[in-house]
Design a protein around this ligand. Structure first.
Ligand code: FDA
Length: 323
């Protein structure tokens, strides 16, 4: 119930306007957001790289409503790619198609992501297309397939274990040697399209992660098919049981540690990030930054009631100090 309310609020323009201007919310959100500027985010990336971790930079923004905003987001990303290349950061990028105009004009969005993917390829950098709410999945897959068909295979996408359709989507992608990041799913989805119970999402996650590893194994046995950007199975979760399942399956089918990448969000379970990196697994931290932090922040609150308690207790303490 609380999760549903928070996820509704993450999408509500009026709540966004109020909370974004709230200094306290900005301070609390800094646990999950690497700063408002590219300089701040690059500093976070540099520190994570020094600890032996890779990153994926996300310039926060989504659901743009006009072509100028979409084109500006594209230009921000190409600027970011140039910076990654110039400073030798070990980072790729994550992009939301609704930030590049998916809801404004499909062709323009395709053009914008193509510009980004082409520039990234010239620097040897991967681009990951985040998956948004279920209304965007068909269009996201269409754009992904188009980029796969015509590009250098430096583009990956995200599948969400909470959606009923994901098994079919994964089957359909299996022959494409697609770079897949598997996550649980962060949006407010109706029971007609997504598992309402966490236990079912977890079970599906394990099933899909095993299948992804099996696909990766069969691709690795055909090295000619992997090209310059060999697919690495990306397991994006902070759930230790899901991670243990993936590790166990990878060991059972004899996959080397380097063929599986654990991905986590900036500010969440840094202890687990360090532990996995120290045990020899590639770890990639998703590093969001920018002024459009509101929906991302509220989704993080929705995932864990303790975060909301922390937020409210800060608020009460502060109000107490003021009175
Ligand atoms: P779960 O929610 O079961 O949490 C497991 C444990 O992790 C918790 O017990 C707690 O310890 C810790 N934890 C989880 N969330 C926390 C939080 N907010 N604050 C503090 N602790 C927390 N989703 C999506 O729909 N599209 C996408 O493209 C992506 N992309 C993406 C990339 C990466 C790298 C990650 C890690 C995640 C995503 N997600 C996403 C988000 C994902 O769908 C999911 O909402 C979160 O990862 C939380 O789920 P967990 O798998 O961590 O499990």
């Amino acid at each position: 119930m609380l999760r549903t309310i928070l996820l509704y609020l993450s999408d509500a323009g009026w709540a966004r306007r109020i909370v974004r201007n709230w200094r306290l919310a900005r301070r609390v959100s800094s646990r999950f957001i690497a700063g408002e500027t590219l300089d701040e985010a690059c500093e976070v990336v540099r520190r994570l790289n020094q600890k032996g971790m890779f990153t994926s930079l996300d310039h926060l923004g989504e659901n743009v409503t006009n072509a100028d905003e979409a084109d500006a987001a594209r230009d921000d990303y190409t600027h970011m790619l140039q910076r990654i290349a110039d400073t030798n950061l070990q980072s790729n990028i994550s992009v939301k198609l609704s930030q590049l105009g998916l809801d404004v004009d499909f062709e323009r969005c395709l053009h914008n992501i193509r510009v980004i993917v082409t520039q990234a390829a010239s620097f040897g950098i991967m681009v990951r297309i985040d998956m948004e709410d279920s209304s965007t999945v068909d269009r996201t897959l269409e754009i992904f397939r188009e980029l796969q068909r015509s590009g250098p295979n430096n583009v990956g996408l995200v599948l969400q274990a909470y959606l009923f359709r994901t098994q079919d989507d994964l089957n359909a992608l299996s022959h494409l040697h697609a770079h897949v990041r598997l996550c649980k799913g962060a949006y407010n989805e109706p029971a007609e399209v997504a598992f309402p119970r966490k236990a079912d999402v977890d079970r599906n996650f394990d099933h899909l992660s095993s299948q992804l590893l099996d696909f990766a194994k069969s691709t690795a046995e055909r090295p000619a098919s992997s090209g310059k950007f060999p697919p690495i199975t990306a397991i994006a979760t902070h759930d230790e049981r899901r991670i243990a399942h993936a590790v166990h399956h990878a060991e059972t089918i004899d996959m080397p540690k380097g063929s599986i990448e654990f991905q986590m969000l900036y500010g969440i379970r840094p202890d687990l990030q360090n532990r996995l990196a120290a045990s020899g697994y590639p770890v990639r931290v998703y590093v969001p930054f920018g002024s459009e932090w509101y929906p991302y922040f509220v989704r993080r609150l929705a995932e864990r009631p303790a975060n909301l308690k922390f937020f409210i207790s800060h608020l009460i303490r502060r109000k107490g100090n003021e009175s």
